[in-house]
Design a protein. Structure first.
Length: 460
């Protein structure tokens, strides 16, 4: 879920695999591309109305996405032809693309021509908490019509959201405005990177207010979409200034410490360990969590004692968790030096439940049933409790989906490899942004709706 430290360690391969939460890649249109040859980047519409987004990926590759959740990576082959690999698998999927006309706003995908969709784009700078200047961008569909606007609230990533969120194009292509900004200490924004939810919530409120001011009459309604860590921040921001909706994707209704505990238990269970062994693993995790929580200032004596007690047991090698596993191989001195600044400002014991009860706007929670990084079982149970209490929360649980709302297959090495986004996920967010409720079916998701219709609640 958080994976705070992967960015700190610059573990490129791991970060690329995990940051599906950001829905990857690049710039609003080809005219603002990061490289001179990036005229490919943009969202394109086929004559039948279908869209495909092209975004910069690793190295010299591009990632394509469709609104139905299908996706792949394009690699250049010959005579200007690009061939695709399924999802993140490196396995050919039969799709092809040609970008020979992209400078004029046209591409071919699977032999069919598509035109780049123009947007109304406003680059801006606004002040976050304590006057820190943050870089933002408002992307609206062309025209004068009033539209809903989604303000993206970051996960734990440290790269520029303006450079890496494809939803800033995908949603405007579906007549939903988007406001994306670089969180403090990243991209074009000032300040120091932090995991402090209070600070990040104030920044999100400032972003929402800036988006509303720029859009003016074109703002029909406005709300947040927070993925991963943003699932703690977006509801908190919604208690500080009125918004029309909150969307949480693969977030948690438990604390940061609980997240690590739940991940350790789930992973151990999936590897076939007994409850007794799981309890021992959780003892190790608890000692590690205390070290992190102290800012690496204390707790090492207990941690060393627990490690010495269990390190030779067969199950020990399978202890992982969200951040416990990072310090298991290191001595106290090594861990203190390597990780002391890894989780700046993290509120490890933050309980999100009072905040979720206080949010008046309709909330949509979209969770993956097979999420290892943000185990969804307890969060689902808590959200159902809030729904039973009459809170305006809609819960959507996607089977066979993991963190980032991607479906996956098991590779030969036993690791998961994502194949696509869950069918219905993008459509669900679009529909909720429009009116704060869902209708019909969204892929194979199981949806639990609020006891009181959100629209009825707002008319009271």
């Amino acid at each position: 879920m958080i994976r705070f430290i992967t960015q700190l360690l610059s573990l490129g391969a791991i970060v690329c695999a995990l940051l599906v939460a950001s829905i990857g890649a690049a710039i609003v249109d080809g005219s603002k591309s990061a490289r001179p040859d990036d005229c490919q980047i943009g969202t394109y519409r086929f004559p039948n109305g279908e869209i495909v987004d092209i975004a910069r990926s690793e190295g010299d590759t591009f990632r394509w996405r469709k609104f139905d959740g299908t996706t792949g990576v394009l690699q250049k082959k010959r005579d200007g032809l690009w061939t695709s690999a399924l999802g993140w698998t490196n396995r050919p999927d039969g799709h092809t693309a040609s970008f020979t006309g992209c400078a004029t706003g046209e591409i071919e995908f699977d032999g069919k021509k598509a035109r780049r969709i123009p947007f109304d784009v406003t680059e801006t700078v606004f002040e976050g908490r304590d006057g820190i200047k943050l870089a933002g961008r408002l992307v609206l569909p062309k025209g004068d019509n009033a539209v809903p606007i989604v303000v993206f609230v970051h996960g734990a990533e440290r790269e520029s959201a303006r450079d890496s969120y494809a939803l800033q194009r995908l949603l405007p292509a579906e007549d939903i405005g988007a406001f994306v900004y670089d969180k403090r200490g990243t991209g074009g924004s000032e300040g120091t990177y932090t995991q402090d939810f209070e600070t990040l919530a104030d920044d999100a409120v400032a972003a929402m207010r800036k988006a509303r001011r720029i859009a003016g009459r074109r703002c029909a309604r406005i709300g947040y979409q927070g993925g991963s860590q943003g699932g703690w921040v977006a509801p908190l921001a919604a208690t500080r200034a009125p918004v029309d909706f909150v969307i949480v994707s693969f977030g948690l209704a438990v604390s940061v410490v609980d997240e690590d505990q739940q991940e350790v238990a789930l992973e151990m269970r999936l590897k076939g360990h007994s409850q007794k062994e799981i309890s021992k693993a959780l003892e190790v995790a608890s000692a590690a969590e205390a070290v992190f929580e102290s800012g690496f200032t204390k707790g090492f004596e207990r941690f060393d004692a627990v490690r010495a007690k269990y390190r030779n047991e067969p199950w020990y090698k399978d202890v992982h968790g969200n951040y416990t596993h990072f310090i298991l191989p290191y001595t106290a001195a090594e861990a203190r030096e390597k990780f002391k600044d890894s989780l700046p400002g993290t509120p490890f014991r933050y309980d999100p439940m009072p905040t979720l009860r206080a949010v008046e706007a309709p909330q949509l929670w979209v969770l993956g049933e097979d999420d290892l990084e943000a185990p969804s079982a307890e969060t689902s149970r808590r959200l159902k409790t809030l729904i039973a209490e009459g809170k305006p929360i809609t819960l959507a649980l996607f089977p066979r989906a993991e963190h980032g709302m991607t479906e996956y297959e098991i590779a030969s090495d036993g690791e998961r490899v994502s194949t696509r986004y869950a069918p219905g996920y993008f459509i669900m967010m679009r529909d909720f942004a429009r009116n704060g409720q869902l209708s019909g079916a969204y892929g194979s998701s199981a949806v639990v709706k609020p006891k009181v219709d959100p629209l009825d609640r707002h008319s009271e």
